[in-house]
Write a protein that binds this ligand. Structure first.
Ligand SMILES: [Zn+2]
Length: 628
């Protein structure tokens, strides 16, 4: 049972000063984090005769949410040999069926392609006792669920869910991939409709699930089909009493079809969530802008062998790697909520299933560099950008890259377990989350014109005992590594936080991208002046965007500038733009607009020149209007 602490959210007096609709000041919102029973799970729906699969799923879910430890879910006494193998409905293949045998066959009997490592290593990963049966997981399949099958599946779930009184479900278009494939989201809710306004109005937090941004990481996508079905017509449907869910099971269909990490144009879309150069990242941004999720899950898989074997002569061990947003300027309580409300229950849920976990980590492609790094601190990944949108942002990775279909049931089971934990935590804390989000929005808004903003921060290097596996014996192998921790950031560039940014009339591309993020941009309707800091260019070179894995792409050259600031009264013309920072996404605007970072709009040529951006240092008295 996770031990929760008591968080007290104090509305600082300052938090209500600079916002349009100030909340109560000096008010304590006591968030009772003691584990409450999920009473809604005891609905009549669950009191009908349970199949074995139901029992297992219920144990899975409840073990993550109640204060009473449940017996091990797979112990024989919990299983009735006579339990009917009845699917939830008969028109579709059952997602979860009882296995043919409780004990998984030894790995050597599998007819699959040669193992990527020894049988002793493979034996560390027995099959789960549940068998998941999405289209791509059917026996004999060599191909994961196709895009057409996903489209059919989502529609079937929407149709089935709509049969329950009060439940609304719909498949909504989210955009198009570079090869013209329609990206779709399944929206499940008990709101009056599946449109964004209905979901925002219904008082329940919205969870957004994103799968397969990297095309060669299929387990998250398959797991989301399972989750979609269980929400639509299965055991998870009662959760819709407390939460809304938006599922984008496959964010990169072109990469999935080609079996590649990147999108069709060769870009890694998970480094594109601030810039939004790819239509795939644009699609996810539009969904997030419209549905304003309180929680976002980004499902991936990580490299098990490859460069880790070459560097450490070891196989990577953990079923799941996990990390929340770790980038500068995140509100403290967002990180606390991610840690205490989500990570701790999630680790317990995984452990209860016999699944091992660690913080997310990776290593560069340079074989001489044996440093291990947690997920990065830059505002470019979905994980960090969603955090800067004040959402609890959770990265979940299973051990899957480079091992084909090996252990696929276990990988899907790991994602299903983790996502169910996240959904359960959100349902359990729905009322607290409902209060947390406006608090965070006001807190960020209130910082405009005062306080400092961290422009750039780096992780801190520590030592860490990382458990890997001996490639021959499969035994645990403890490796002491240099570990770049993203949990403690060291600021390397800090500036006074402006009231907002003025942008020249030619900054149309930047304005379009900011607005796609949901950032408010205003138009200057009459010439005027502002007190502002201009950027003076000290040096300029060409560079590359780098992440902790190494260079992203040679083609991705950026402008690296060093700047100084010069304050003056500046004339601004009609038709130019103003981006106020007293808005909920102020921190995201800072990440985009401070020019001298590798993720910035200037460095990546979305802003044409340094003269076209000014840090506005006093509340401007300009005539401004909303853009249409
Ligand atoms: Zn990935």
């Amino acid at each position: 049972m996770p031990v929760f602490s008591q968080i007290s959210l104090r509305w600082a007096q300052a938090a209500s000063e600079n916002v349009n609709s100030p909340g109560p000041s000096n008010m304590d919102i006591n968030l009772n984090l003691q584990g409450k029973p999920m009473t809604h799970l005891r609905s009549a729906k669950l009191l009908r005769p349970l199949t074995r699969a139901h029992l297992l799923l219920a144990a899975l879910l409840l073990s993550a949410c109640t204060s009473t430890p449940l017996p091990p879910w797979s112990r024989p006494s919990a299983v009735s040999p006579a339990a009917p193998r009845t699917p939830v409905i008969t028109a579709l293949p059952p997602v979860v069926t009882a296995p043919a045998a409780v004990t998984a066959p030894p790995p050597t009997t599998r007819p699959a392609s040669p193992l990527p490592y020894s049988a002793a290593v493979a034996a560390r990963y027995p099959e789960p006792s549940l068998v998941y049966a999405t289209p791509g997981l059917q026996p004999g399949r060599t191909q994961f669920t196709t895009q057409a099958e996903i489209q059919t599946w989502l529609r079937e779930q929407a149709s089935a869910a709509s049969g329950t009184p009060g439940v609304m479900a719909n498949v909504v278009p989210a955009g198009r991939s570079q090869r013209g494939v329609t990206l779709e989201a399944l929206v499940l809710t008990r709101a009056a409709g599946t449109d964004p306004l209905s979901l925002q109005a219904n008082g329940r937090p919205t969870v957004m699930l994103v799968g397969q941004q990297h095309g060669d990481e299929p387990a998250g996508s398959e797991a989301m089909l399972v989750i979609a079905r269980e929400l639509a017509q299965g055991l998870l449907q009662p959760l819709l009493e407390r939460i809304n869910v938006v599922i984008v099971p496959r964010a990169n269909p072109d990469g999935a079809a080609a079996g590649t990490r990147v999108t069709a144009g060769g870009l890694d879309m998970n480094r594109d969530h601030l810039l939004l150069n790819t239509p795939e990242a644009q699609a996810l941004a539009a969904v997030a802008r419209d549905y304003r999720p309180t929680v976002v899950v980004d499902a991936h898989e990580y490299t098990v062998t490859g460069r880790f074997v070459e560097k450490f002569a070891a196989i990577q061990k953990f079923d799941a790697l996990f990390q929340y947003a770790t980038t500068p300027n995140l509100p403290e309580f967002l990180t606390k909520a991610a840690e205490e409300w989500y990570r701790r229950p999630l680790l317990s849920a995984l452990k209860a299933q016999g699944l091992g976990s660690e913080w997310y980590y990776t290593t560069s492609s340079d074989l001489q560099d044996k440093k291990i790094s947690m997920g990065g601190t830059l505002a470019d990944t979905g994980r960090n950008v969603d955090g800067l949108k004040n959402a609890v942002s959770l990265l979940i990775e299973t051990r899957g890259v480079g091992i084909g279909r090996l252990h696929i049931q276990r990988r899907v089971h790991t994602h299903v377990t983790a996502i169910m934990s996240v959904l359960g935590s959100t349902a359990q804390r729905s009322s607290e989350l409902h209060e947390l989000r406006p608090y965070l929005d006001k807190e960020v808004s209130s910082l405009a014109c005062k306080s400092d903003a961290v422009v750039e921060a780096v992780p801190t290097t520590t030592q860490h005992e990382l458990v890997m596996l001996d490639p021959s014996s499969g035994a645990d192998k403890v490796v002491m590594v240099d570990w770049d921790s993203a949990l403690v950031l060291r600021p390397v560039k800090t500036r006074v936080r402006p009231c907002g940014y003025w942008l020249s009339a030619s900054a149309t591309t930047a304005v379009e991208r900011l607005r796609l993020q949901g950032i408010q941009v205003l138009k200057v309707t009459a010439s005027g002046s502002v007190l502002g800091d201009s950027y003076r260019e000290i040096s300029r070179t060409a560079g590359e965007r780098m992440d902790v894995r190494g260079s992203i792409s040679d083609a991705d050259r950026i402008v690296v500038v060093q700047t100084g600031l010069a304050r003056s009264l500046l004339d601004v013309s009609r038709g130019s733009y103003y981006v106020p920072l007293n808005q909920p996404l102020g921190n995201l605007a800072i990440a985009a607009l401070e020019p001298d970072t590798q993720s910035s709009y200037f460095a990546n040529r979305l802003l044409p020149d340094l003269q076209g951006i000014v840090r506005v240092m006093a509340p401007p008295s300009l005539k401004l209007e909303e853009l249409p």
